[in-house]
Design a protein around this ligand. Structure first.
Ligand code: ADP
Ligand code: F6P
Length: 322
């Protein structure tokens, strides 16, 4: 194996750059030529291949986002698209591909490996929705940003005796909302994994008011059946919370942060491990963080399952909010 390509795909995540840097520099150390594909799977179709030397990945370790660019590419979801992608990779004499991305991107990586192309995945998404992986690249940074926002909102909420609905990203996963809510001392946490009764939430916030709290924070996952706007409408129409109500949607702010030490170390180790796998002729696998260390799993095992959350943490958050 001589020529290795690397791409970033799906939502950017802080730490992706550290992973690219590790892939490039450990790849060169192994004697590979490393080629970057710009803008994810879309860039592959547009043949946006660039040779990456050690100096090309200087000064990116501390930057969020991905200097290679990323995209969502519907064409790649089709068998025809995937076959075309392999043809283009072979045309460039690329012998192996490293895909840095989340669950969708790794489904794409799995599809390529099913078609016989050597691919190694690196688990990277702020959503942390890859089953079997404890923490993906970007999660720690996104959680810290969310937590800082919650801390700031609590200050102004307390000053005005207000309730805040704080909406977090996470697509269909409630992981970010659950963890940020627990760490931020939220009075209520709403996630897609648990059925939501808006009346019960209203009563919870009202009870916090009656107990003499100066603020109440409800952390809402964007994928929850009742998102922040819908809940706010419900509260305005049907319920008096005691508190005045405001809504804050964190959105993409959560994705743009400077990667934390955890994300940089994780990304660096996963990038090096992915190269090591290709050097040893191993592919069809995904590298991620599991039980306090980096580990690899067959892509097939990860892609086909939905990640579950520890819902006992919701009960703990409730007890702590008293
Ligand atoms: P993420 O990787 O962050 O979860 P997406 O779900 O948007 O982001 O996926 C990124 C890209 O991966 C998609 O735009 C598409 O090109 C590819 N992809 C997603 N799902 C699949 C799938 N089931 N099969 C093949 N490719 C997929
Ligand atoms: O997958 C990462 C993520 O930030 C999700 O949390 C969110 O639902 C989605 O991407 C937003 O996508 P876009 O950046 O295309 O608006």
């Amino acid at each position: 194996m001589k020529n290795i390509a690397v791409l970033t795909s799906g939502g950017d995540a802080p730490g992706m750059n550290a992973a690219i840097r590790a892939v490039v520099r450990t790849g060169i150390h192994q004697g590979f030529n490393v080629i970057g594909i710009q803008n994810g799977y879309s860039g592959l179709f547009q043949e946006r291949f660039i040779t990456l030397k050690a100096r090309d990945v200087g000064g990116i370790l501390h930057q969020g986002g991905t200097f290679l660019g990323t995209s969502r590419c519907p064409t790649f979801k089709t068998k025809t698209g995937q076959k075309k992608a392999i043809q283009l990779l072979k045309q460039q004499k690329i012998d192996g591909l490293i895909v840095i991305g989340g669950s969708g991107s790794q489904s794409g990586a799995y599809a390529l490996s099913q078609l016989g192309f050597p691919v190694v995945g690196i688990a990277s998404t702020i959503d942390n929705d890859l089953s079997g992986i404890d923490i993906t690249i970007g999660v720690d940074t996104a959680l810290n940003i969310a937590l800082e926002a919650i801390d700031r909102l609590r200050v102004t909420a307390s000053s005005h005796q207000r309730a805040f609905l704080v909406e977090m990203m996470g697509r269909n996963s409630g992981y970010l909302a659950l963890m940020a809510g627990l760490a931020g001392g939220a009075e209520a946490i709403l996630i897609p994994e648990v059925k939501i009764d808006p009346l019960a939430i209203a009563k919870k916030l009202r009870a916090a008011y009656t107990r003499g709290k100066t603020h109440a924070l409800a952390v809402v996952a964007e994928g929850a059946k009742w998102n922040a706007q819908a809940l706010a409408r419900y509260f305005k129409k049907n319920r008096k919370l005691g508190f005045d109500l405001r809504v804050t949607t964190l959105g993409h702010v959560q994705r743009g942060g400077i990667p934390t030490v955890f994300d940089r170390l994780l990304a660096t180790q996963l990038g090096a491990a992915a190269i090591q796998s290709l050097a040893q002729g191993k592919s069809g696998i995904l590298w991620g963080w599991k039980n306090g260390a980096i580990a690899s799993f067959p892509l097939s095992q990860i892609i086909l399952k939905k990640k579950s959350l520890d819902l006992t943490l919701l009960t703990l958050a409730d007890i702590l909010a008293k």
